[in-house]
Design a binder for this molecule. Structure first.
Ligand code: AMP
Ligand code: GLY
Length: 422
């Protein structure tokens, strides 16, 4: 079977790497891909949101399965378009992906079906959102409702910061149209866990847990990013919690989406906060997490392709998902300036030396090959991922690989996995 993976980040390199191990697969294409996917698949120079061109490519090349990485094309309806043409595609339809595309929609679904989440209010008027802070003073979270590449969430210590966050989102339009609506919600505290699951619309199969490091700097300081590193499993997430999350969150959500006439097929990703009062849902994403996918897929023992197919065919209840007992850690190496404006075009050295180390996979994100050399071309450049008998040994191997890699202006956190190993 010929498989097309859509996207060009570390998540997609890890997906291509994993899909390639399936005996069911003969050829893999990645659109647009990066210098890493080019080594193990055929890159196709079509951007992830150019749906017409992707469709044409898939039809022409007899693609038997398309796997969509990023949220943007999902929210734009890529799955609906592929399905209309009778192509097999893994991911939620536009109406189902609204779970990620609109935080207001997602919160309303959670409230309607009694899923545990932070209390909230939704505003479409700047004035009313401002007035909210006449009565509320304490810490609060202000979120742009639409897609904002993981950056539309502002944590506010007091009413003054809350007002300024509302201005940033609704008046200055720092996240564009995503800020036409805001969600203002209760400030929760506790460790965060990412729980990803396969869903065929009726059955949900949870993956092992992972934890992401969102802040740019060591000690969880600095601005939030798309993710500076991740590890799996997350020991704070116990088996009891896992069962509870399946029974009280993921399954009820999938049933809710079905009864709303928006059956959910694809990866369902819940960002959870483990509060004193039990796990609460911060958000749902409609896709694999990045970087969580990198440490998860190096631990996944099962062939992933039959799982994608079972979701499409509605036969997930017949599937099992096996994991390797090892732990894994992914350290993201970023360009100078990220998550703000960042430098591009720096030559990367040491990739071969790092990749040759045992139990290490160097997943590319923002990289580009030119004349046999690899250059930086994005904010997050690499996800150096290692497995080990425990988290401490995975950390050691990952940082050993990181130490071999160089470019001008390199930035990475030195404390990925510290919550587990301390
Ligand atoms: P989200 O994109 O909604 O997951 O938010 C991004 C990050 O903001 C989360 O990973 C949390 O670290 C933080 N966050 C989101 N919602 C809340 C909340 N209600 N209370 C505290 N922190 C939050
Ligand atoms: N790592 C967070 C995300 O993929 O949304």
């Amino acid at each position: 079977m010929r498989v097309l993976v859509i996207g060009g980040g570390g998540r997609e390199h890890a997906l291509v790497w994993k899909i390639r191990q399936s005996p069911k697969v003969t050829d893999i294409y990645c659109a647009p891909g990066n210098a890493g996917t080019a080594e193990i698949a055929t890159n196709v120079p079509i951007a992830a949101d150019q749906i017409d061109q992707l469709l044409e490519f898939a039809e022409k090349n007899e693609i038997g399965l398309t796997v969509v990485g990023p949220e943007q094309p999902l929210v734009m309806g890529i799955v609906d378009r592929f399905q209309e043409k009778g192509l097999r595609v893994f991911g939620p339809t536009a109406r189902a992906a609204e779970l990620e595309g609109s935080k207001a929609f997602s919160k309303d679904i959670m409230k309607k079906y009694g899923l545990p989440t932070a209390d909230y209010e939704i505003f479409t008027s700047h004035e009313l959102a401002q007035r909210y802070f006449d009565k509320e003073t304490g810490p609060i979270v202000v979120k742009a409702s639409g897609l904002a590449a993981g950056k539309g969430v502002i944590l506010c210590r007091n009413a003054e910061e809350g007002r300024s966050a509302v201005d940033t989102i609704m008046k200055d339009k720092s996240f564009g149209e995503a800020g036409d609506q805001v969600v203002i919600e209760e400030f929760l505290e506790g460790p965060e866990v990412s729980v990803l699951a396969f869903s065929d619309g009726n059955t949900v199969l949870l993956m092992d847990s992972a934890q992401d490091h969102k802040a740019a700097l060591d000690g969880d300081q600095g601005p939030n990013t798309g993710g500076m590193g991740a590890y799996s499993p997350a020991p704070v997430f116990t088996d009891i919690m896992r069962q509870k999350v399946h029974d009280k969150m993921m399954l009820p959500l999938v049933r809710a989406m079905k009864s709303e006439g928006r059956p959910y097929v694809g990866i369902l990703y819940a960002g959870l906060m483990l509060t004193k009062h039990g796990p609460k849902i911060l958000e749902f994403n409609a896709r694999f997490g990045d970087p969580e996918t990198q440490p998860l897929l190096v631990r996944m023992a099962s062939d992933i392709v039959p799982l994608f197919e079972a979701c499409i065919d509605g036969t997930l209840n017949q599937c099992e998902l096996q994991w390797k007992p090892e732990s894994s850690v992914c350290v993201v190496m970023a360009a100078k300036g990220y998550p703000g404006p960042y430098e591009k075009g720096k030559e990367i050295s040491g990739l071969k030396e790092a990749g040759a180390l045992p139990d290490v996979a160097v997943f590319h994100a923002g990289t580009k090959e030119e004349g046999g050399k690899v250059f930086t071309s994005g904010g997050r450049v690499l996800g150096v991922t290692a497995t080990g008998a425990d988290t401490a040994s995975a950390i050691k191997k990952a940082y050993e690989a990181v130490s071999k890699i160089q470019w001008d202006g390199i930035h990475y956190r030195k404390d990925i996995g510290h919550r587990v190993s301390n």
